[in-house]
Design a protein around this ligand. Sequence first.
Ligand code: ADP
Ligand code: MG
Length: 575
Amino acid sequence: MPIAILPEEVASAIAAGEVVERPVSVVKELVENALDASARSIEITVERGGSGLIEVVDDGIGIPRQEVPLAIARFATSKLRTAEDLFAIQTLGFRGEALSSIGAVSRFELISRAAEDGTGSRLIVEGGHSSDLQSVGSPQGTIVRVRDLFFNVPARKKFLKTETTERRRISALVTRYALAYPEVRFRLSQEGRDAFQSSGKGDRREILAAIYDVEKARELIAIPEISGTPFRIQGFISPPSIHRGNRRELTFFVNGRWVQDSSLSAAVVQAYHALLMVGRYPMAVLFLDLSPDAVDVNVHPAKAEVRFREQDVVFSVVQRVVRSTLLGQAPAPAIGLGASSIRGSWEESDSSVHSDWQLAQRLVEAQEVGGGIRLQSALPVGSLPLLRAVGQIGAAYLVAEGPDGLYLVDQHAAHERILFEALMQAFEQGQVEVQALLKPLVVTFPLEQSELIDQQFEVLQHIGLDVEPFGQRTYRLRAIPAMFVSADPEKILRSVVEDFEEDETPLAKETEAKLAARACKRAAIKAGQVLSMQEQQKLLCDLEGCRLPRTCPHGRPTMIHLSVEALERQFGRRG
Ligand code: ADP
Ligand code: MG
C-alpha cells in the first residue's frame, strides 16, 4: 500500500486507545475530572461491566456553557497553559485528552451546568461526531454518560475480559479513590445494585471497613504522623498476620493520583523482611504527598505511572516509615524472651537497632496477644513452653499438653519450620552439612528451567544442593543437605528450580530463604504420616527450640492453642 494519511476518525480512535484501554479507564478519567472540579459527591453507575453504560454524576463546578464544545475537543483543557506548568501540576488531568478520547470510541453524552449559567448544556458525541449544543435543566455539576463503549472499535472490544472482571476492576478503582479522597462522597452502583458507598465524612477507617470488613479494617495499622520526612506519607499497612499471595493489594497514591510503581511496592515488601515468608505479601494503601516539581506525572498515556526526581530517597523513606510503623506496633519485650542472644537474621541485617529476629519475634507475639477474643486464645509470650505429646489425630495433627492448656500442632507445618530454621542457621554459619548421594542423580530439565539453573549454580551450591552440568539441559546432583536425607532428592531439586520460575521479581536477598522454604516444604513430613510417640515428642521438642515456632516458613500457623481458661469457658465452667 502507498503511504496515506489516516482519516481523522481512524486516527482518533487509535489515539483514544492509548487513554481508554478498557471500561475502568473511562471510570478513572471521569472520576478524576469530577475531583478536579472540586466535587463533594460523585455517583457512578455501571451496566454490563461498563460496556453497556458508564455514568458519572458530580456536583462540582460544572463547565461554563460556552466552553462545553471545547471540553470534548482533543488537547483542550482548563488545567494547563504552558509546558512549564507541567512542573506544577495540582490537578489530576492536564492533557485534555480524556473526553475527546472517550467520545471517539463510544456514544457519549455530556450535561453540565456551571454556577453562573441559568440552564445546563447538553452535547452528544457518537464515534467522534458531536451534536449541536442543547439547553437542558440540570443542577450544578456534570453528568457524563458513556454508552456502548468500543462499539466502533471491534478489535478492542474483543480484548475485554468478562464483565465480572471489568466490574471488579471498576470497584477496585472506585474504592481506592474513595480512600484517597475521604471527604468526597462516593457511590457506586453496578448492574442496578449498590456496590459501594462512602459517607464523605473523612474517616478512612470507615471506608476500609466498607471495602474489606470491620475486623480487617480494625487490624490494619495506620501510619502515624512522622516528622522530619522529606515528604508527607500517610496510609495503612497490614500487620504481619494479614498477608496475600501477590502484590495486588499494594496501593499507592502520589499527590492524589493512583499509580503503579514497582519500586514503591518493593520498598514496602522489604520493610516486612523476615516478617512474612516466601511468596507472601503485605497489604498497604499509602498516600505520598510530594512537591509537584519532585514528580513527573507526564510519563504514561493513562497517567498510571509517575517518575520521581529522587527515586532513591522516595524508596528509602517509604521503606523506613513502613518498617518503623511495624516496629512501633511491637510491645516491649517480655521477660525471658531470650531474643537478645540471637543475632540478625539470615539476610543481611539492616541498620535498625533491633535485629530482625527480635522484631519478628515480638511482632508474632504482639499479633497473638492482640487476637485474644478468638478461640485460639493468646499464646503465652516467649518461646514455647515444654509440651508433652498426647497423640496424633488423623495422622496429621499432634495433640500436646502444655502448662497452659492444649495445643494442636500441624505436623507438616511444624516440621517445615524446624527444617527451615536449621537450614537457615547453617547458611548463616556458612556450613550446610551435605550428604553425598550414593549414586549421583542425573536429571534433565526443560530448556527454560535449565537456563535458570545455569544462572544459579552458586545459590544452589550454597544451600547444599551440589549440582553440576552433565550435558545438554541435563545436570548431575551429587549431594543434598544432610537434613533432607529421607526426602526424594529429585523432587527437592525440581521444586527449588520451579521456585526460580515462579518468582516474578527475584530479589537476590530473598532467594536463599525462598529456596530453603521450598526445599523444606518438600522434605518435611507430610500429613498422613503416622508418627510414633517418640517421633511426636521429638518434633515438639525441636519446635520448642525454634525462634519463631508458631508459624511455618510460609506464614501459616503451626499450632492452635486452647488455654485452660478457654476450655473452661467452652464447657460453661466460667462466664
Ligand atoms: P483534562 O482533564 O486533561 O483537562 P479532559 O478531556 O478530561 O481533559 O477534560 C477536558 C476539560 O473539560 C477539563 O479541562 C475541564 O475543564 C472540563 N471538564 C471535564 N470534566 C469535567 C467535570 N466533571 N466538571 C467540570 N469540568 C469538567
Ligand atoms: Mg480529565
